[in-house]
Design a protein around this ligand. Structure first.
Ligand code: SF4
Ligand code: SF4
Length: 189
């Protein structure tokens, strides 16, 4: 049973953004470089949350197409940062098991990226990329695989890809930030 009465209340609590301030001026939509590829435009995300269209929104591609450029937040006259709202929606979508309905590769990329940063404090390319490839191999084109392998060999030969991951100093601080910001139920898959 959720501790929140409405979808809107939950998104506000998890993102820290005040959705009630939105008056649909569309400035976020006009500046968004990814809006052509999204099922719903950035301003519509706010409206859908207010209307309680949780399942529809969490299964859409919107949250996986956002590149977190923050243009919407900078343009908003009411300081609403939609990229932060989208971060909260990403975690909710994974928790609800709706994330894989669209854009599986992007979802897996997100999960493995977060796992790597939580574990090492920064992205470790090798331990990120191998599980990412293993989980998405059927969706990878042979051409892309060959080109990736070629780049990996080149980088390894120039000592640009460390084999052994190393935890950064203060990793606990990074992990605490994730605990605070991403209230996922258990580990990411
Ligand atoms: S720019 Fe801000 S106020 Fe305008 S529609 Fe977007 S979120 Fe709402
Ligand atoms: S942060 Fe996401 S929603 Fe906002 S402008 Fe950039 S791509 Fe669009």
């Amino acid at each position: 049973m959720s501790e929140y009465k409405t979808f809107s209340e939950e998104v506000e609590a998890r993102s820290g953004q005040k959705l009630k301030l939105c008056y649909q001026c569309l400035k976020c939509f006009v500046g968004c470089p990814m809006s052509d590829y999204m099922d719903y435009k950035p301003n519509a995300i706010i409206r859908m949350i207010q209307y309680g269209e949780k399942k529809k929104l969490l299964s859409s591609n919107v949250i996986w197409m956002c590149v977190s450029c923050m243009t919407c937040g900078v343009r908003c006259p009411n300081d609403i940062d939609i990229s932060v709202i989208i971060d909260a929606l990403k975690e909710m979508s994974i928790e609800e098991g709706l994330a894989y309905k669209k854009e599986k590769k992007i979802v897996v990329f997100h999960e493995e990226f977060v796992r790597s940063v939580k574990m090492w404090g920064r992205l470790h390319e090798m331990t990120f990329y191998i599980p990412f490839m293993a989980r998405t191999i059927i969706k990878v084109k042979a051409r892309d695989l060959v080109s990736t392998m070629r780049s990996a060999v080149l980088l390894l030969s120039r000592f640009k890809l460390p084999f052994i991951p190393k935890r950064i100093k203060g990793i606990e601080e990074i992990q605490k930030l994730y605990e605070k910001g991403y209230r996922t139920k258990g580990e990411l898959k």
